[in-house]
Design a protein around this ligand. Structure first.
Ligand SMILES: [Mg+2]
Length: 223
């Protein structure tokens, strides 16, 4: 089997800011923070790492209880922000997922900083939820490499121990770095916040403008 692990934001979908807006709404509701700091970076990071850093920046104790309250509030606000922000599935994504479905030995999974329920909610919004059977998520880990390890373990489990290769597809330098950390083939796609130059500097195995032209990618999977 060959696992193909997808990042969500900037790779599969552009939520039009729904994620950040739901973060902001949760911080306003729970901690009375009128505006979340622009200095805290979102792209390529786990929800947990972002939320805990925002708490620290805004003088909120980054406790387990605050994290629990945040997740509950954030998921509630996603219900509103996702339909409001009118995001979209990124170019080539549906075609690529369709092709992977025809490859018997391909195992599409997720490798995302989103909390599991947030990932499911976002993918449901765009009709992609049933495309992935497993993944690594941002509920527990701050570090994306730890999420990659979780996704790789899940891939091995779903491949029943017969895993011949892994690919990670993502839109940030962090995606390339975490692909390296699990020895995966790293595909960088410039549909998110990073430029081609930034992605190139991270040294991916393959750099794409979007997922429309996936000949090289599919050749790697074995077509
Ligand atoms: Mg991303």
């Amino acid at each position: 089997m060959y696992s193909v692990l997808f990042d969500i934001d900037g790779t599969l979908v552009d939520t039009g800011g729904a994620g950040r807006n739901a973060f902001a709404a949760a911080f306003a509701e729970l901690f009375d923070i009128a505006e979340i700091s622009r200095d805290v970076r979102f792209a390529g990071r786990s929800d947990r790492a972002i939320a805990l850093e925002l708490m620290e920046v805004h003088g909120v104790e980054p406790s387990a209880e605050h994290w629990r309250q945040f997740v509950e509030s954030y998921l509630g606000h996603l219900e509103t922000t996702l339909p409001l922000c009118q995001g979209r599935i990124l170019p080539g994504v549906v075609g690529l997922l369709d092709q992977l479905q025809t490859i018997e030995h391909a195992l599409p999974g997720l490798l995302t900083g989103n909390v599991r329920a947030g990932a499911a909610r976002k993918l449901t919004q765009y009709g992609l939820a049933d495309r992935f059977k497993f993944g690594g998520f941002g509920d527990i880990w701050n570090d994306r490499n730890a999420i990659a390890k979780e996704a790789a373990e899940q891939a091995r489990f779903h491949a029943r121990g017969v895993l011949n290769g892994t690919m990670v597809i993502g839109d940030t330098v962090c995606d390339v770095t975490c692909a390296r950390s699990i020895g995966a083939f790293a595909v960088a796609v410039a549909t998110g916040g990073s430029t081609r130059e930034e992605l190139l500097a991270a040294g991916p195995d393959l750099l794409l403008d979007d997922l429309s032209d996936t000949e090289t990618l599919l050749a790697e999977v074995g077509i």
